[in-house]
Design a protein around this ligand. Structure first.
Ligand code: SAM
Length: 292
């Protein structure tokens, strides 16, 4: 039996063997704690028929645990220098395919059709590069990929915003964007000491479980998101003030906006952060005719 990749000693050995230097600009903070990795994988609830999409395998610490616990792993890695290392460290596992691509530019659906063809259960599991956490999560959700969910390590501050409930200071358009598509929970808080190098911020693991249908049915999704972003533009302002100042031609349409708020049953003096996702749905539908 070989040693797990995710131990301080083996990680150091691999980094030295290849003279690898971390690129901060690529969010390279590798995990060196096998227990934490196993717990992350537990949250994905994989079975022997599951497939996994990983983003940023690094030197393969998480990839190895995923390979042991699923049928197939497809991992996107942007850094070419890691490819020969991964080939070496993951050589015991035949069920891993590394795709050398920037996840944000990748045609993920085509890669699924090609590499994960026939899989009914696909999970995304990743220790995400923190400089692009939000764009990656939004891309995976907006592209409506055939995935069951996402288990991801990210900055605790972003995890808090994603899983925030109405009425809290973390609640905002990101909470709504993610909760529209998924049920979001923070499942672990992770200390800095399990990474090399240690990141500057605290970390957490979130689990996003895709909903069968969006949290609320709306006439027009992109208008719904436009209305939520507008409502949070200036947090201290009332919903009426934000909508009139942020929506195109809003100032001239103030009376119409007031009527729409009334129709949706929302007091115009409330603040965006107090509205539930259902209320934003009712509001964007009530405003729809006025702006479309
Ligand atoms: N999975 C490894 C682990 O847990 O030890 C490494 C995680 S590290 C936080 C993030 C990884 O994502 C790095 O390997 C980095 O090179 C890679 N990466 C950064 N930006 C990327 C992108 N846009 N597309 C794909 N991979 C990316």
């Amino acid at each position: 039996m070989h040693k797990d990749i995710a131990t301080p000693a083996r990680t150091r050995e691999i980094l030295e063997k290849y003279g690898f230097s971390f690129k901060k600009s690529l969010g390279q903070n590798f995990l060196i704690d096998t227990n934490i990795l196993r717990r992350i994988v537990d949250h994905a609830e994989l079975t022997e028929t599951s497939a996994v999409i990983e983003i940023g395998p690094g030197i393969g610490a998480l990839t190895e645990q995923l390979a042991k616990r699923s049928k197939k792993v497809m991992a996107f890695e942007i850094d070419q220098r890691l490819l020969p290392i991964l080939e070496d460290t993951l050589s015991p596992y035949e069920n891993v395919t590394i795709v050398h691509q920037d996840i944000l530019k990748a045609d993920v659906q085509s890669r699924i059709d090609e590499i994960l063809k026939g899989f009914e259960d696909i999970m995304v599991v990743a220790n995400l590069p923190y400089y692009v956490t939000t764009p990656i999560i939004m891309k995976l959700l907006e592209e409506k990929l055939p995935i069951r969910g996402i288990v991801g390590m990210l900055q605790k501050e972003v995890a808090d915003r994603i899983s925030a409930k109405p009425g809290t200071k973390e609640y905002g358009s990101l909470s709504i964007a993610v909760q529209y598509y998924t049920k979001a929970e923070t499942v672990m808080i992770v200390p800095k000491t399990v990474f090399i190098p240690q990141p500057n911020v605290d970390s957490a693991v979130i689990r996003l479980t895709l909903r069968e249908n969006p949290a609320v049915a709306v006439k027009d999704e992109s208008f719904f998101f436009q209305v939520t972003r507008a409502s949070f533009a200036q947090r201290r302002k009332t919903i009426l003030n934000n909508l009139t100042s942020q929506l195109p031609g809003g100032k001239e349409k103030k009376e119409g906006i007031q009527a729409a708020l009334k129709k949706a049953g929302i007091e115009e003096t409330r603040r965006g952060e107090t509205l539930s996702i259902e209320e934003f749905g009712a509001l964007s539908d009530a405003l729809y005719e006025l702006f479309k």
